[in-house]
Design a protein around this ligand. Structure first.
Ligand SMILES: [Zn+2]
Ligand SMILES: [Zn+2]
Length: 349
């Protein structure tokens, strides 16, 4: 079968690979769409950070060249002995695999599982004609939900999880700082929030999309905007601030936007240490929350339900490319920050 395999930074090859092997509780998915995200672009351009090209992954046991792709949907075409009844189902895969037995799994926090690993990052994923996945992380897609919407289930589940972690209540003023891919999915997950939703970004076209997604107010800021600049935009502050940009200075801006007693949810990943005046946070009792990935059993089904009634694919918007074109039109553009909307790869095309 054809697969997009990462061998080294800037070396992703479309090559012929054996079809996946699978266990008694696994299904084999004939991939319809695999979405590309910032993580794929980072692994391709600056990695490997998560892909185990040289060191064996402790959870997956995999090492070496790896088929990318952790946002995929498709039809179940084969299955292990315990789950053969699922053949023929159209499913969205959560991609994150947890052990089901550790302390974190037992308390429902499967995304923190001590043996957690991700298809397409820690072992072979969905940027291929076929991929094997545990049946339990494959969520059925209703017939009424189109493929291009269903393909957004995994990243939307990440947005839904972020919003869950934020513990937003009716009436809260919510700020989304950075409305790129993850910011957009957070806005989509906030649909129906009863209260102001304020989006800030350095790109006007992203803010236009944020409006359609439900932002009640948008502010264009410059990349060098200081804490004082953003506080001037929102003098009374917000109860909830999502920091999604993950760039130098963005955490400081997020805390400046939080009201007394508010909460900042850190979503963006910044490896560089960030200067923060902690006394300011303490004296204003600003809470800090973090969020990572999603809880497959709750967040992915909720994402599929939301996508069944919202045409998110036409809002973002979604574009489709072939697997042969994944480097030029996909990963290269994403890593240069030159891709608007969401790119889906059709491995059959
Ligand atoms: Zn992703
Ligand atoms: Zn576990």
């Amino acid at each position: 079968m054809k697969a997009g395999v990462l061998h080294a930074p800037h070396d992703l090859r479309i090559e012929d690979r054996p079809e996946p092997t699978f266990g008694a509780d696994d299904v084999v998915i004939h991939v319809r769409f695999n979405g590309l995200c910032g993580t794929d672009a980072t692994e391709y351009a600056k990695g490997p950070m998560m892909v185990p090209l040289t060191n064996r992954h402790p959870g997956s046991g995999h090492v070496g060249p790896t088929t990318l792709g952790h946002e995929f949907i498709g039809e179940i075409v084969d299955a292990g002995a315990n789950v053969r009844s699922r053949i023929g189902e159209r499913v969205a895969c959560g991609a994150g695999i947890s052990c089901g037995a550790c302390r974190w799994c037992s308390s429902g926090r499967t995304n923190l599982c001590e043996r957690y690993y991700t298809l397409g990052l820690s072992t072979h994923g969905g940027l291929a004609e076929f991929v094997a996945a545990p049946s339990g992380i494959c969520i059925p897609i209703p017939d009424s939900c189109l493929d291009n919407n269903a393909a957004l289930a995994q990243p939307l589940a990440v947005g839904i999880h972020s919003v869950r972690r934020a513990r937003v209540v009716a009436g809260d003023t919510v700020v989304v700082l950075g409305t790129g891919a993850i910011g957009s999915f957070i806005l989509a997950a906030l649909a129906g929030h009863n209260g102001p939703v304020i989006a800030l970004d350095i790109d006007q076209s992203r803010l236009d999309t944020a409006r359609i997604l439900g932002a009640t107010q948008t502010h264009l800021i410059i990349p060098e905007a200081t804490s004082a600049d953003v506080r001037d935009l929102l003098p009374s502050g917000a109860q909830i601030v999502f920091e999604t940009a993950g760039v130098i200075g963005s955490a400081e801006r997020a805390f400046a936007l939080a009201a007394r007693g508010g909460r900042v949810v850190l979503v963006g990943l910044t490896k560089v240490p960030q200067p923060l005046t902690l006394a300011d946070l303490v004296l204003r009792e600003v809470d800090v929350t973090t969020t990572v990935a999603h809880v497959c059993g709750t967040d992915v089904p909720e994402a599929v339900t939301l996508l069944d009634r919202t045409d998110l694919a036409s809002i973002l918007p979604v574009s489709v490319i072939s697997l042969d074109d994944v480097v030029q039109s996909g990963l290269e553009r994403l890593s240069r920050g030159a891709a608007a909307g969401k790119i889906l790869v059709d491995p059959r095309g």
